[in-house]
Write a protein that binds this ligand. Structure first.
Ligand code: GLN
Length: 184
């Protein structure tokens, strides 16, 4: 079963995307929900809020324990912020599991949200990506592979069994990134 962290944010859209590729999804709100999952997706939402909710749920410790034991994890937008080791100009909660630095709301207030076709390494043909107050990755460690960029900005990264995307494909009807993650 594929878990979707369901404390806040667009978890329902991920659930639908998982079901569209023929897999079973489970909404994760407690450490015992997490035990049922072989993989976990962290959706978009508000990363400062999630930091508080994760602690209350006891998932602030349980999630990194599972990832360190080998569970694949994918963070979209807010989820990628939570995976990062460094968040520019912020002391907020993060798991710090991926060797990346992120900048929140990095596309500025003028282009707050936008949609764009982009190339994603390992997928054939352009991917339609939805950016909603999206972060960018401003630095990566040597163990991190860059999978997609918008202009010169890094918007998708992979480190071993961890995937981070600044954008949302769960809000489109293209399931290829979900499929990519499930095969990771
Ligand atoms: N701007 C949000 C944050 O900083 C992330 C937005 C999203 O997940 N779509 O937490």
């Amino acid at each position: 079963m594929i878990g979707v962290l369901s404390l806040q944010g667009d978890f329902a859209a991920h659930r639908r995307a998982i079901e569209s590729v023929g897999k079973e999804a489970v909404e994760v709100r407690t450490p015992s929900d997490l035990e049922k999952c072989e993989r976990l997706i962290m959706p978009g939402g508000e990363s400062t809020t999630l930091g508080i909710l994760l602690r209350l749920a006891g998932l602030d410790m349980a999630i990194p324990e599972r990832v360190n034991a080998g569970m694949p994890i994918w963070g979209t937008c807010m989820g990628m912020i939570l995976l990062a080791k460094e968040i520019e100009d912020s002391e907020q909660f993060r798991f710090g599991l991926m060797n990346i630095t992120v900048k929140r709301n990095a596309f500025g207030s003028q282009v707050f949200s936008f949609e764009q076709g982009l190339e994603f390494k390992g997928l054939d043909g352009p991917l339609h990506a939805v950016f909603i107050r999206a972060p960018v990755v401003t630095a990566v460690g040597t163990e991190v592979q860059v999978l997609a960029k918008v202009d010169d900005k890094v918007v998708a990264v992979r480190q071993d069994r961890m995937l981070g995307t600044a954008f949302h494909t769960e809000l489109t009807d293209d399931p290829r990134v979900h499929d990519f993650f499930i095969r990771m």
